[in-house]
Design a protein around this ligand. Structure first.
Ligand code: MRU
Length: 348
């Protein structure tokens, strides 16, 4: 699959390199991060964002945190290491990929406990690289599965950015669109602007335009009209956490899009790697929803757009109940409907 989108997270020689997604589309700038605190901050500030990319950045960020860890014994090393794991886990609460990646690193450290600490550090670096490279493979496979649900000539609406820069490569929701392009299909994508941080306008429109995919930017409140006009035949979004019953947390506004899709009889698809499925979280109401600074709403356009002192509610995500989701597409295939039964089977 051709996908020219820049690699948003990488690591070499003790340096975590991150495409600063807060600067796109105006400036393409890579941050070179050498301290765990700066990795934490990059996740918190959405310099690196999108559930899989957050997980990858956390795994690499952990390597920065253990550079100075004692190498005398596992007993000395492990508490130091675990402290850094717990620290990174406080950066953002909703995307389960963060906790999934940190747990994977923790499991690897414990598995290697009999070897020299310097070797444990090497093993952890390999694990972080694996988390990245596997995600690339996973996203490509999700794209192949998702393409089966789409057709040449379709209008497709997406919300937020679940593209190449939100993952190791290709993206989740955008992966089938790259494949469709490669097959010469004529698809028309509608990208919701995605208030308040404009991931749709700044990132999805930018990504798809670079790939030569026909994309039209709309503000979030235009989705209903675009559907009413008959321009959308499918909605596909990414997600931050799938609960055991198939409820899905994704960028704020996704639930509204799902309701609109239902009202217009348009299929609503969620693309999610296995690393985003959290069977420990029973339903959507159990998913922790991040609330962010009021200034993102009141001062988001480089000037004040609301009265001083106004009360603000700024949740970063909402939950779409499973009954609105036509199918969840993972690297293991397409689930359609009986999520409570189907999701655990994926892990068997
Ligand atoms: O706050 P963000 O920009 O990290 O939110 C990202 C999303 O909601 C994405 O849709 C999701 O993480 C999937 S990325 C493949």
């Amino acid at each position: 699959m051709t996908n020219s989108v820049l690699q948003s997270v990488s690591y070499a020689n003790g340096v975590l390199k991150i495409l600063d997604q807060t600067k796109i589309p105006n400036v393409t700038e890579f941050l070179e991060i050498t301290k765990i605190e700066d990795a934490w901050d990059a996740i918190k500030q959405l310099k690196v964002r999108g559930a899989p990319a957050i997980g990858i950045a956390a795994a690499y960020g952990l390597l920065l945190g253990i550079k100075e860890a004692p190498e005398t014994s596992f007993e000395e090393f492990y508490p130091f290491f675990k402290y850094q794991v717990d620290y990174l886990a406080t950066s953002r609460p909703t995307a389960v990929n963060l906790f999934w990646a940190l747990k994977r690193m923790d499991d690897r450290a414990k598995k290697e406990k009999e070897v020299q600490v310097s070797k444990i550090k090497e093993a952890l670096e390999n694990e972080a690289h694996l988390i990245r490279s596997e995600d690339e493979e996973v996203c490509r496979t999700i794209g192949e599965h998702a393409l089966k649900l789409l057709k040449d000539g379709m209008g497709i609406l997406t919300h937020c950015n679940a593209g190449g820069i939100a993952t190791a490569r290709y993206g989740t929701a955008l992966a089938p669109l790259y494949l469709a392009k490669e097959q010469g299909w004529d698809i028309k994508v509608f990208a919701d602007e995605t208030r308040p941080l404009l991931q749709g306008a700044r990132l999805t429109a930018w990504e798809l335009m670079q790939a030569g995919i026909d994309v039209t930017l709309i503000t979030d409140n235009m989705a209903a009209m675009v559907m009413q006009k008959g321009w959308v035949q499918a909605v596909i979004v990414g997600c931050d956490r799938v609960a055991a019953n198939g409820d899905v947390a994704n960028k704020i506004g996704t639930y509204g899009v799902a309701l609109l899709a239902k009202a217009h009889n348009i299929p609503f698809y969620v693309a999610a790697p296995m690393s985003t499925i959290d069977l420990e979280t029973k339903t959507g109401t159990d998913i922790p929803i991040e609330e962010r600074d009021a200034a993102e709403i009141t001062d988001g356009f480089g000037k004040r757009t609301a009265p001083e002192g106004v009360k603000v509610f700024n949740p970063a995500f909402d939950v779409t109940p499973h009954e609105y989701i036509t199918a969840i597409i993972t690297e293991k295939g397409i689930l359609s409907g009986k999520y409570q039964e189907e999701l655990p089977k994926l892990f068997q």
